[in-house]
Ligand binder design. Structure first.
Ligand code: ARG
Ligand code: ZN
Length: 898
């Protein structure tokens, strides 16, 4: 860890393991301060690799004994590795027995075996298993596991590991044991154990093929009433994977366990998923619609890993997107299918694209930019990124689009065929992104993907967000329209120049009355209202015939590729798309583009007066009042682009000016549409029983937005009646979504009632950790009116409920302030940056993985305006000056300074 200079690992240096591990028999004597681990392995030499010593990874372990075939052996230690040089020669298997101890209670990094609220948990991905025992800690070593857990029966009544429970019973001294056998071979990063006082919601299901399974969701006693939604989501996931991809549950028992101390969202350990409580626990009183939606998608995500990740895993960690990009794609599709109707699917798509564009595009434009399949890393935990996950998912989505046929216009059938071939070829193996792309292409010969496969794979090897320029020329005499598409991609840290990408561009053409025009490519007979063009070169022309008047192009429908589109459309064109585009994504996008154009103009040309034109305000009113559009869509369409996203469009960023500008735009929308907001609030309030479905959550979202806008207008005009009504709703709310929306309306508008409301909220929910996280986050993210947010954050650090050790809590306060409150954070006195550097260092001493995430809050410092830029640099250098930084933080910080 902190020994000397961090060294990078390179993808090209991959070498197959010199030894294979056939079986692993682990026995744990669980004790919080000294857990004993007996690891009995059977290994054999890999016949394809030249003979060499066995080097086993280990970290923070106390080694007590090493036996080979039952006898003592010589060994040495080298950089944390246990090296065995005198092993039996020849191909025969041999036994290796290693006895170590570790201290789970001292494990604050939450990697390997640790204790959370008196319960034992493990997290092994990516390289945590080496903190449990010496092992070949790499994903291409797959073995069969038998695990025996022994512990005090009163303190740890529930003992869980992967696979099936084959034996259990009592031991001396009030201890007991349980023995688990996993019928599937697996890499060690999928190992898991849990031991503690837990209760389970159980469900028996019968799959399509008639086999029976037991599903269990384990939580702490008292939380059972928050497990129904997770269980429903799990059942839906099982059914969905079988229906859409023919992939059944391959286990008798499938368990989910929730822990409140977890570095990430959740982990797909074979048959024993371990989850952050945030993605399991929900009931209407404590969780918002967003929480319910996240639970559905994370439960789906981890379940879908059972095939994409576990049955077929990664050859090495450079291939991480093989399982993560694909599994995100699958969970996004699952959530869309669960949302149901087309308009609700589109809302989910818009939400996903919004994350991609605000977070991943920013990553691609900053010092941590890396390809979907990176070429090197120092600390693999730093590469669990939006690029690997979300951009990786977009790459898979493009593959689906590129195997479409006239009969299968979305490419779903072709993609499913590709998945089938992928499993036929590689089930049980550890493979690469190339293997996956090859299978999808081979299953669809003649498709655009198969024809352009090697070019397409640049999406895996080249970092950066491509720019797609589109210009149309209408020829009235010929009644034709020619679209010229050009692409380029900015340089990224390790890649100065890029080759063209394969870019699927789904488009439609509208006439100026907003009607869709049939698209007839010159020289072809078929015509449809929508087509997908495939750009494979730096530029290309596409001509459409029989066009009667100059059209408005609607390009990149559904966000058909992860690129920045520069289509040169003016405000009039965009207003037509906002009013009429049949593609909901582009209809939403037209409104966002209009708001963004207004913002960028105001910021770069120093325009005074109202930022949004009357035409745009009227168009937005029409969307808000439109009888045919869903409330959820309206909520997205009437929400301004975020400050961070606006900042991303500028070459030099003054965060205070961006903030002031966006606040002005919001105030303008709040006052100009006041009567409409009032209507929206009244019309979408709902008092019936809570249900998290897409329709009702859409209604709550829109009424929440309306309420927030009404509060802003009221505070401006000195009206206390509306805030009073909002406060009443806060008190009377029948569910957490309505309650938090009301609270947030008061906090965001800065109304005096917010203080009382925050206090009440804390009192009401002081025993609900996940709700208290919201309480911290709301205050850390509040608009900064008089430089008061940072002092408040510092004060909250001393609150009895605050703890730096609990990642959820640290994120809710520190990350909300540093990453989600640009105006509060980027202070002219640099005090925000000082706070950031203190917290990065404090966290690094506890949990390097979480610290490195916080370090990334400064990713885009170099395009800040002065005085922010220089102050940011000083703060980053202050962190860099610390001698014993973790590799995690060191890698992020040195990239930022390069
Ligand atoms: N594989 C997990 C997922 O479903 C993420 C685990 C990452 N954990 C870590 N410590 N890097 O996305
Ligand atoms: Zn995953």
């Amino acid at each position: 860890m902190r020994e000397g200079q961090p060294t990078a690992v390179h993808r090209e240096a991959y070498a197959a393991p010199a030894f294979c591990i056939d079986t692993v028999d682990l026995t744990f004597d669980l004790d919080p301060t000294k857990t004993r681990v007996l690891n009995k392995m059977r290994l054999h030499r890999n016949p394809d690799v030249a003979a060499q010593p066995l080097r086993l990874d280990g970290e923070d372990l106390n080694l007590a004994r090493v036996l080979v075939n039952g006898g003592g052996t010589s060994f040495k230690m080298d950089g944390g590795q246990l090296v065995l040089e005198n092993l039996p020669e020849g191909p025969e298997p041999f036994d290796l027995e290693i006895f170590t101890t570790c201290n789970p209670e001292k494990n604050t990094q939450l990697m390997g075996l640790y204790v959370s609220q008196g319960t034992f948990f493990t997290q092994c991905e990516a390289e945590g298993f080496r903190r449990i025992t010496y092992f070949l800690d790499r994903p291409d070593v797959m073995a069969s596991y038998t695990v025996t857990l022994r512990a005090d029966k009163n303190k740890y009544p529930v003992l869980l590991s992967n696979g099936n429970l084959v034996e259990q019973g009592a031991l001396d001294d009030g201890r007991h044991f349980a023995k688990w056998l996993d019928p599937h071979k697996k890499p060690c990063y999928l190992f898991a154990l849990v031991a503690g006082q837990l209760v389970a919601r159980e469900q028996r299901i019968t799959s399509r093929s008639g086999t029976e399974h037991l599903l269990q969701v384990f939580v702490r006693p008292g939380d059972l009433d928050k497990t129904e939604h997770a269980m429903n989501s799990l059942m839906a996931s099982v059914a969905w994977d079988e229906a859409r991809f023919g992939l059944p549950l391959d286990l008798e028992r499938f368990m989910i366990v929730a822990t409140s101390d977890f570095n990430m969202g959740a982990m797909e350990n074979k048959g024993l998923n371990i989850f952050n409580t945030k993605y399991v626990l929900a009931n209407p009183a404590t969780a918002t619609d967003m929480d319910f939606g996240n639970i559905e998608s994370v439960v789906g995500h981890e379940y879908f890993h059972n095939w994409t990740g576990n049955r077929i895993t990664c050859r090495d960690w450079f291939q991480l997107s093989l399982k993560e990009g694909l599994t995100v794609f699958r969970d996004q599709e699952f959530s869309q299918d669960m949302a149901g109707v087309a308009s609700a699917r589109a809302v989910k798509r818009i939400e996903d694209v919004r994350v991609l564009r605000t977070v991943q595009f920013a990553e691609d434009a900053g010092p941590m930019a890396h390809p979907v399949r990176p070429d090197s890393y120092v600390e693999i935990n730093n590469f669990y990124t939006v690029t690997i996950y979300e951009k990786g998912s977009e790459v898979v989505r493009m593959m689906q689009t590129l195997v479409a046929t006239p009969e299968d216009s979305l490419g779903r059938a072709g993609f499913a065929k590709g998945m089938k071939l992928y499993f036929e070829r590689h089930d049980g193996q550890a493979v690469t992104c190339d293997d996956f792309a090859q299978a999808i292409a081979d299953a669809n010969p003649g498709s655009a993907l198969a024809q352009n496969l090697s070019t397409f794979k640049r999406w895996y090897s080249q970092a950066g967000t491509p720019r797609l320029q589109a210009r149309g020329v209408y020829n009235a005499a010929e009644r034709s329209y020619t679209l010229t598409l050009k692409q380029s991609c900015p340089a990224t840290p390790d890649q100065a120049s890029k080759l063209p990408f394969v870019i699927p561009v789904t488009l439609g053409l509208l006439n100026r009355d907003g009607q869709a025009l049939p698209l007839q490519r010159a020289g072809t007979a078929d015509s449809a209202l929508q087509q997908t063009l495939v750009l494979t070169e730096a530029s290309a022309n596409f001509t459409f015939a029989n066009i009667d008047s100059e059209p408005v192009p609607s390009l990149l429908r559904g966000f058909s590729a992860p690129v920045v589109l520069e289509d040169g459309l003016n405000a009039n064109d965009l207003l037509i798309l906002l009013a009429h585009d049949s593609d909901p994504f582009n209809q939403w996008e037209a409104g966002q583009r209009l708001m963004m154009q207004s913002a960028v103009q105001a910021l770069t040309q120093d325009i005074t007066g109202p930022v949004l034109s009357d035409e745009l305000v009227t168009a937005l009113r029409n969307v808000l009042r439109h009888p045919g559009l869903d409330a959820a869509f309206k909520d997205l369409a009437l929400t301004l682009p975020s400050e961070n996203y606006i900042a991303d469009q500028l070459s030099v960023v003054d965060p205070q000016r961006v903030h002031a500008l966006r606040e002005a735009m919001r105030l303008q929308l709040a006052t100009a549409l006041q009567a409409d907001w009032q209507w929206a609030w009244d019309a979408h309030k709902h008092n019936g029983a809570y249900s998290p479905d897409a329709q009702s959550s859409g209604r709550r979202a829109l009424s929440g937005l309306a309420m927030g806008m009404l509060c802003i207008a009221a505070v401006q005009s000195g009206d206390d009646v509306t805030p009073g009504r909002v406060y009443q709703q806060f008190k009377d709310a029948g569910n957490m979504t309505d309650r938090v929306n009301a609270l947030s309306a008061l906090v965001v508008s800065g109304h005096a009632l917010s203080h009382d409301a925050l206090e009440r909220f804390h009192k009401l929910f002081q025993h609900e950790a996940l709700v208290i996280d919201k309480w911290f986050a709301l205050q850390a993210g509040a608009p900064d009116r008089a430089g008061d947010v940072l002092p408040r954050v510092r004060q909250l650090m001393k609150h009895a409920d605050f703890s730096l050790r609990n990642p959820n809590r640290a994120r809710s306060l520190i990350f909300s302030y540093c990453s989600a409150n640009p105006a509060g954070f980027h202070r002219t006195d640099a005090a925000g940056y000082v706070y950031w550097s203190e917290q990065v260092l404090a966290l690094d001493a506890i949990n390097p993985q979480v610290a490195a995430r916080l370090a990334r809050a400064m990713d885009r410092w170099s395009r800040l305006a002065e005085p922010y830029r220089s102050a940011a640099q000083v703060a980053i250098e202050r962190v860099a000056a610390k001698a014993d930084l973790s590799n995690d933080v060191r890698e992020v910080i040195s990239r930022a300074l390069n």
